[in-house]
Ligand binder design. Structure first.
Ligand code: ATP
Length: 244
Protein backbone atom coordinates (compact mmCIF):
# COMPACT_ATOMS: atom_id res chain seq x y z
CA UNK A 1 0.00 0.00 0.00
CA UNK A 2 1.39 3.44 -0.95
CA UNK A 3 2.58 5.61 1.91
CA UNK A 4 5.05 8.43 2.61
CA UNK A 5 6.53 8.82 6.04
CA UNK A 6 8.72 11.80 6.88
CA UNK A 7 10.11 11.39 10.39
CA UNK A 8 11.81 14.34 12.11
CA UNK A 9 13.61 15.45 8.96
CA UNK A 10 16.04 18.38 9.06
CA UNK A 11 18.02 19.54 6.05
CA UNK A 12 20.54 22.32 5.81
CA UNK A 13 22.23 24.09 2.93
CA UNK A 14 25.71 25.51 3.20
CA UNK A 15 25.82 29.02 1.80
CA UNK A 16 29.31 30.07 0.73
CA UNK A 17 30.35 33.71 0.75
CA UNK A 18 33.11 33.40 -1.76
CA UNK A 19 34.53 36.90 -1.51
CA UNK A 20 38.10 36.79 -2.80
CA UNK A 21 40.35 37.62 0.18
CA UNK A 22 42.43 40.78 -0.16
CA UNK A 23 45.56 41.83 1.76
CA UNK A 24 43.47 43.32 4.59
CA UNK A 25 41.61 39.99 5.01
CA UNK A 26 44.91 38.11 5.24
CA UNK A 27 46.24 40.53 7.89
CA UNK A 28 43.03 40.38 9.91
CA UNK A 29 42.95 36.60 9.60
CA UNK A 30 46.58 36.40 10.80
CA UNK A 31 45.78 38.31 14.01
CA UNK A 32 42.54 36.51 14.76
CA UNK A 33 42.76 33.54 17.06
CA UNK A 34 39.99 31.67 15.22
CA UNK A 35 39.72 31.41 11.47
CA UNK A 36 36.34 32.68 10.31
CA UNK A 37 34.29 30.37 8.11
CA UNK A 38 33.44 31.64 4.67
CA UNK A 39 30.08 29.88 4.85
CA UNK A 40 26.94 29.84 6.90
CA UNK A 41 24.58 26.94 7.38
CA UNK A 42 20.94 27.48 6.62
CA UNK A 43 18.26 25.05 7.79
CA UNK A 44 15.70 24.76 4.99
CA UNK A 45 13.76 22.02 6.84
CA UNK A 46 13.58 21.73 10.60
CA UNK A 47 12.18 18.66 12.33
CA UNK A 48 9.50 17.98 9.76
CA UNK A 49 7.30 14.98 10.50
CA UNK A 50 4.43 13.90 8.25
CA UNK A 51 2.55 10.75 7.37
CA UNK A 52 0.84 10.73 3.99
CA UNK A 53 -1.46 7.79 3.36
CA UNK A 54 -3.17 6.27 0.36
CA UNK A 55 -6.02 8.59 -0.66
CA UNK A 56 -4.27 11.75 0.59
CA UNK A 57 -4.08 14.56 -1.96
CA UNK A 58 -1.83 16.97 -0.16
CA UNK A 59 -1.27 20.59 -1.11
CA UNK A 60 1.74 22.38 0.34
CA UNK A 61 1.56 26.14 0.85
CA UNK A 62 4.03 28.63 2.28
CA UNK A 63 5.87 31.86 1.52
CA UNK A 64 8.75 32.00 -0.99
CA UNK A 65 11.68 30.13 0.49
CA UNK A 66 9.56 28.32 3.12
CA UNK A 67 11.05 24.97 2.09
CA UNK A 68 8.25 23.53 -0.07
CA UNK A 69 10.40 22.43 -3.03
CA UNK A 70 13.12 21.24 -0.67
CA UNK A 71 10.57 19.01 1.07
CA UNK A 72 9.41 17.53 -2.26
CA UNK A 73 13.02 16.94 -3.36
CA UNK A 74 13.75 15.26 -0.02
CA UNK A 75 10.70 13.01 -0.45
CA UNK A 76 11.91 12.12 -3.98
CA UNK A 77 15.42 11.45 -2.62
CA UNK A 78 16.99 14.18 -4.76
CA UNK A 79 18.22 15.71 -1.48
CA UNK A 80 19.40 13.74 1.53
CA UNK A 81 18.43 15.08 4.93
CA UNK A 82 21.12 15.55 7.59
CA UNK A 83 18.84 13.95 10.15
CA UNK A 84 15.56 12.10 10.25
CA UNK A 85 14.15 9.55 7.84
CA UNK A 86 11.99 9.38 4.75
CA UNK A 87 10.21 6.11 4.06
CA UNK A 88 8.27 5.58 0.83
CA UNK A 89 6.26 2.65 -0.36
CA UNK A 90 4.90 2.83 -3.90
CA UNK A 91 6.13 3.94 -7.31
CA UNK A 92 6.90 7.67 -7.29
CA UNK A 93 6.35 9.84 -10.37
CA UNK A 94 8.07 13.16 -9.67
CA UNK A 95 7.23 16.24 -11.73
CA UNK A 96 9.48 18.63 -9.94
CA UNK A 97 11.49 20.70 -12.34
CA UNK A 98 10.27 21.36 -15.84
CA UNK A 99 12.72 19.72 -18.20
CA UNK A 100 14.45 17.59 -15.54
CA UNK A 101 14.73 14.05 -16.88
CA UNK A 102 14.68 15.30 -20.50
CA UNK A 103 17.60 15.41 -22.88
CA UNK A 104 17.33 18.85 -24.56
CA UNK A 105 18.94 17.57 -27.77
CA UNK A 106 16.40 14.75 -28.18
CA UNK A 107 13.03 15.18 -29.85
CA UNK A 108 9.82 15.01 -27.85
CA UNK A 109 9.27 11.48 -29.14
CA UNK A 110 12.76 10.31 -28.10
CA UNK A 111 12.28 11.95 -24.72
CA UNK A 112 9.16 9.86 -24.18
CA UNK A 113 11.56 6.87 -24.14
CA UNK A 114 14.40 8.68 -22.37
CA UNK A 115 12.36 10.29 -19.60
CA UNK A 116 9.96 7.32 -19.45
CA UNK A 117 12.80 4.91 -18.74
CA UNK A 118 13.98 7.15 -15.87
CA UNK A 119 10.44 6.97 -14.49
CA UNK A 120 10.64 3.18 -14.57
CA UNK A 121 8.62 2.33 -17.68
CA UNK A 122 9.91 -0.54 -19.84
CA UNK A 123 10.62 -0.03 -23.55
CA UNK A 124 7.65 -2.25 -24.51
CA UNK A 125 5.36 -0.33 -22.16
CA UNK A 126 6.53 2.96 -23.71
CA UNK A 127 5.92 1.65 -27.25
CA UNK A 128 2.36 0.86 -26.16
CA UNK A 129 1.94 4.27 -24.48
CA UNK A 130 3.62 6.49 -27.10
CA UNK A 131 0.55 7.31 -29.23
CA UNK A 132 -1.60 8.09 -26.19
CA UNK A 133 1.07 10.34 -24.68
CA UNK A 134 1.44 12.30 -27.93
CA UNK A 135 -2.32 12.62 -28.28
CA UNK A 136 -2.65 13.92 -24.71
CA UNK A 137 0.05 16.58 -25.24
CA UNK A 138 -1.52 17.83 -28.50
CA UNK A 139 2.07 18.36 -29.66
CA UNK A 140 1.86 16.08 -32.72
CA UNK A 141 3.27 18.81 -34.94
CA UNK A 142 6.32 19.31 -32.73
CA UNK A 143 6.89 15.79 -31.47
CA UNK A 144 9.95 15.25 -33.69
CA UNK A 145 11.47 18.65 -32.81
CA UNK A 146 14.29 18.74 -30.20
CA UNK A 147 12.75 19.75 -26.87
CA UNK A 148 15.35 22.52 -26.44
CA UNK A 149 13.06 24.48 -28.77
CA UNK A 150 9.97 23.83 -26.64
CA UNK A 151 8.30 26.54 -24.56
CA UNK A 152 7.86 25.99 -20.79
CA UNK A 153 4.22 25.07 -21.40
CA UNK A 154 5.16 22.49 -24.06
CA UNK A 155 7.75 20.92 -21.73
CA UNK A 156 5.16 20.78 -19.00
CA UNK A 157 2.58 19.09 -21.24
CA UNK A 158 5.02 16.41 -22.32
CA UNK A 159 6.40 15.83 -18.80
CA UNK A 160 2.90 15.61 -17.32
CA UNK A 161 1.66 13.25 -20.05
CA UNK A 162 4.62 10.90 -19.56
CA UNK A 163 4.47 10.91 -15.75
CA UNK A 164 0.74 10.20 -15.67
CA UNK A 165 0.50 7.85 -18.70
CA UNK A 166 0.32 4.92 -16.32
CA UNK A 167 -1.42 5.65 -13.11
CA UNK A 168 1.44 6.30 -10.64
CA UNK A 169 0.99 5.28 -7.03
CA UNK A 170 2.56 8.52 -5.80
CA UNK A 171 2.50 11.68 -7.89
CA UNK A 172 4.65 14.60 -6.76
CA UNK A 173 4.05 17.94 -8.47
CA UNK A 174 5.88 21.24 -8.02
CA UNK A 175 4.13 24.22 -9.62
CA UNK A 176 3.80 22.18 -12.78
CA UNK A 177 0.75 23.95 -14.10
CA UNK A 178 2.49 27.34 -14.06
CA UNK A 179 3.32 27.42 -17.79
CA UNK A 180 0.26 25.62 -19.11
CA UNK A 181 -2.62 27.16 -21.05
CA UNK A 182 -6.15 27.07 -19.65
CA UNK A 183 -7.40 24.21 -21.85
CA UNK A 184 -4.45 21.98 -20.97
CA UNK A 185 -4.83 22.74 -17.25
CA UNK A 186 -8.47 21.62 -17.47
CA UNK A 187 -7.41 18.42 -19.20
CA UNK A 188 -4.64 17.82 -16.67
CA UNK A 189 -7.08 18.42 -13.81
CA UNK A 190 -9.46 15.84 -15.31
CA UNK A 191 -6.64 13.31 -15.48
CA UNK A 192 -5.75 14.21 -11.88
CA UNK A 193 -9.37 13.60 -10.86
CA UNK A 194 -9.28 10.13 -12.44
CA UNK A 195 -6.04 9.53 -10.66
CA UNK A 196 -7.52 10.74 -7.39
CA UNK A 197 -10.46 8.35 -7.85
CA UNK A 198 -7.96 5.52 -7.89
CA UNK A 199 -7.06 6.57 -4.36
CA UNK A 200 -3.30 6.87 -4.50
CA UNK A 201 -1.17 9.71 -3.18
CA UNK A 202 -0.65 13.14 -4.66
CA UNK A 203 1.56 15.84 -3.18
CA UNK A 204 1.41 19.20 -4.89
CA UNK A 205 3.18 22.52 -4.25
CA UNK A 206 1.42 25.57 -5.62
CA UNK A 207 0.79 29.25 -4.98
CA UNK A 208 -2.59 28.84 -6.70
CA UNK A 209 -4.97 28.43 -3.76
CA UNK A 210 -8.01 27.71 -5.97
CA UNK A 211 -6.11 24.92 -7.72
CA UNK A 212 -5.18 23.40 -4.36
CA UNK A 213 -8.77 23.63 -3.11
CA UNK A 214 -9.98 21.83 -6.23
CA UNK A 215 -7.34 19.08 -6.15
CA UNK A 216 -6.54 18.44 -2.49
CA UNK A 217 -8.23 16.96 0.56
CA UNK A 218 -5.45 18.08 2.90
CA UNK A 219 -3.18 21.14 3.02
CA UNK A 220 0.10 21.57 4.87
CA UNK A 221 1.40 25.05 5.63
CA UNK A 222 5.20 25.18 5.73
CA UNK A 223 6.74 28.19 7.42
CA UNK A 224 10.51 28.73 7.66
CA UNK A 225 11.11 25.03 7.15
CA UNK A 226 8.59 23.87 9.75
CA UNK A 227 5.05 22.54 9.60
CA UNK A 228 2.88 25.36 10.90
CA UNK A 229 -0.54 23.82 10.18
CA UNK A 230 -1.95 20.67 8.63
CA UNK A 231 -5.64 20.00 7.93
CA UNK A 232 -8.63 20.57 5.63
CA UNK A 233 -7.82 22.80 2.60
CA UNK A 234 -10.43 25.53 3.24
CA UNK A 235 -9.34 25.99 6.85
CA UNK A 236 -5.57 25.88 6.35
CA UNK A 237 -5.64 28.10 3.26
CA UNK A 238 -7.76 30.67 5.14
CA UNK A 239 -5.29 30.60 8.07
CA UNK A 240 -2.34 30.91 5.68
CA UNK A 241 -3.86 33.84 3.78
CA UNK A 242 -4.70 35.60 7.05
CA UNK A 243 -1.37 34.93 8.72
CA UNK A 244 1.33 35.18 6.05
N1 ATP B 1 20.44 24.00 -3.65
C1 ATP B 1 20.34 24.98 -2.74
N2 ATP B 1 21.44 25.54 -2.17
C2 ATP B 1 21.33 26.50 -1.24
N3 ATP B 1 20.17 26.98 -0.77
C3 ATP B 1 19.04 26.46 -1.30
C4 ATP B 1 19.06 25.45 -2.30
N4 ATP B 1 17.77 25.13 -2.61
C5 ATP B 1 17.00 25.91 -1.84
N5 ATP B 1 17.76 26.70 -1.06
C6 ATP B 1 17.26 27.66 -0.06
O1 ATP B 1 16.41 26.95 0.83
C7 ATP B 1 15.25 27.72 1.14
C8 ATP B 1 14.01 26.95 0.77
O2 ATP B 1 13.95 26.89 -0.66
P1 ATP B 1 12.74 26.20 -1.41
O3 ATP B 1 13.05 26.26 -2.87
O4 ATP B 1 12.48 24.87 -0.80
O5 ATP B 1 11.54 27.19 -1.06
P2 ATP B 1 10.05 27.20 -1.60
O6 ATP B 1 9.15 27.21 -0.40
O7 ATP B 1 9.84 26.11 -2.59
O8 ATP B 1 10.01 28.63 -2.31
P3 ATP B 1 9.20 29.19 -3.59
O9 ATP B 1 7.77 29.35 -3.20
O10 ATP B 1 9.85 30.51 -3.84
O11 ATP B 1 9.42 28.23 -4.73
C9 ATP B 1 15.43 29.05 0.40
O12 ATP B 1 15.95 30.00 1.29
C10 ATP B 1 16.41 28.74 -0.70
O13 ATP B 1 17.19 29.87 -1.01
Amino acid sequence: MSCIEVADVSLKFRLYHDKTPNLKDYVLHFFKSKARNNFTDFWALKNVSLTIQRGDRVGIVGHNGAGKSTLLKTICRIYTAQSGQVRISGRVAPLIEIGAGFNPEFSGRDNIYFSGSILGYSKDELRRLEAGIIEFTELQEFIDTPVKYYSTGMYMKLAFAIATAVHPEILILDEVFAGGDASFIEKAKKRMAEFIDKASIMVCVSHDMELLKSLCNRVIWLDHGQVKADGPPEQIIAEYLAGR
